[in-house]
Design a protein. Structure first.
Length: 442
């Protein structure tokens, strides 16, 4: 039964806490492999290219399920598929710990990618339904920061588990939380806030009313000058209302290409920094675990900061954060070419790199919400996330090959060039604005 209309709930932030927790657990299940890479290499006698291929398998299957998942979410709803994905993710994580050959390890990682694939699109769809436009950037920043919380806490936790037990036990421990999160999601989160007994009439009016009013109730913190809108190519555009128009949209595909490159950079760091710290900087396992968490602490800050900036400072313009993040990442890759060996200084460099890389990271997934109608956002977001997933599959593999034939200078140079290309691609995109002040589907 709907909560009393006289009471004011804020249950959408409970939903935000749950999708933060869900994606944090999923992120931990994918990030733990980076910490145990040195031990897997030793046991199975693998090259860096082999490890890159192992990381790429996850993102390849992750990418394959994106568009089908977006279609299924749009057609059949979110709750069942998302809950099942959370359960299957935990089962796949458990299987990794029981593997006894390289083939089994690869198959288990591929299964993990397929299991996690729908989670991202499902949460993006939930954000689009549960939050008004004036809060979508921050909500998506909370969502994307969750997967960066995982790498921030995973390295020291994994290092401790490995130190006490072994690398297989890491996956046994990490499999447990996902089952509990799946139960909480099934119990508490409805696809539509109108169907939730925890969402009051006033909160529902806030969510839906802001749609109807173009989010005019929330004023931007600064006045955006005309020249700035011209620079970022701000346009009033009709919302894409069918899959055909989404597939024909350059803006969707450009966003997907930019996300391809930025996700590739992020997951190359996630996969390879622990190995970099042990092999290049000669850190112990415990010291590695502490330093490797620094870029992900920065990433949490960067995602939240970027979401807030795009909502409140840039007044729901998503491109500025993308441009800032991509250009700043180029500069940080130059800094990493001359990275200090002192653990505290290197942690500070990685912290700053994490902040700057992730200022625009979450806005790649917010961007389709301004292009498509509410019913078509899952499909548009699935295309963008497919691009990101392929980037996560491609770039770590390339990094592995570079390390087998060259050194880390080439890796940081390659990642810097990738970020510069992202900047150029984002410049070509339109910054969409609702065609009228009152657009109920914006």
């Amino acid at each position: 039964m709907k909560a009393d209309s006289k009471s004011t709930s804020r249950f959408r932030w409970v939903v935000a806490a749950l999708f933060f927790l869900a994606y944090m657990v999923a992120g931990a299940d994918r990030a733990n492999i980076g910490v145990v890479v040195p031990f897997i290499k030793q046991e199975y006698h693998l090259s860096n290219t082999d490890i890159g291929a192992l990381a790429s398998l996850f993102y390849l299957t992750y990418a394959i399920v994106q568009i089908p998942a977006g279609y299924l979410f749009g057609r059949y709803g979110i709750r069942k598929l998302l809950t099942g994905s959370l359960v299957l993710t935990s089962l796949a994580t458990l299987l990794i710990g029981f593997t006894s050959s390289v083939l089994q390890l690869k198959l288990a990682r591929a299964l993990l990618g397929a299991a996690e694939g729908p989670i991202n699109i499902g949460i993006v769809s939930i954000i689009n339904r549960w939050f008004p436009p004036s809060e979508k950037g921050l909500a998506t920043g909370i969502f994307m920061s969750s997967i960066k919380v995982a790498p921030a806490i995973v390295p020291p936790l994994c290092a401790y588990i490995v130190h006490l037990y072994g690398w297989r036990e890491v996956f046994f421990f990490f499999a447990i939380p996902g089952f509990f999160v799946a139960l909480l999601w099934w119990w508490l989160v409805k696809d539509d806030p109108a169907d939730s007994p925890h969402c009051s009439a006033s909160e529902l009016q806030h969510i839906q009313g802001s749609h109807a009013q173009g989010a005019a109730s929330v004023q931007p913190m600064v006045r955006i000058p005309v020249w700035f809108d011209r620079l970022i190519r701000t346009r009033q555009v009709p919302l894409l209302a069918d899959n055909k128009s989404i597939l024909a949209s350059w803006n969707v595909w450009a966003c997907a290409m930019g996300y391809f490159l930025m996700v590739g950079i992020t997951y190359s760091i996630m996969t390879w920094v622990p190995t970099y710290l042990i092999t290049v900087k000669q850190y112990s396992v415990l010291k590695m675990g502490m330093v490797a968490s620094a870029p992900w602490v920065g990433a949490i800050i960067g995602n939240l900061l970027g979401g807030w900036l795009s909502d409140r400072v840039f007044d729901r313009r998503r491109k500025p954060a993308m441009l800032i993040g991509s250009l700043a990442t180029v500069l940080m890759m130059v800094v990493l070419l001359n990275a200090p060996s002192d653990p505290l200084l290197l942690s500070a460099v990685f912290l700053l790199a994490g902040i700057l890389l992730n200022i625009g990271y979450s806005t790649f997934l917010v961007y389709p919400m301004g292009l498509a109608t509410k019913e078509r956002v899952p499909f548009a977001a699935s295309i963008v996330n497919t691009g990101g997933s392929l980037g996560g599959a491609f770039t770590p593999f390339v990094v592995g090959m570079l390390l087998d034939h060259f050194n880390w200078d080439y890796v940081f140079g390659f990642l810097g060039v990738s970020s510069l290309i992202t900047f150029a691609i984002v410049l070509t995109m339109v910054e969409p604005r609702p065609p009228t002040a009152a657009n109920p589907q914006a």
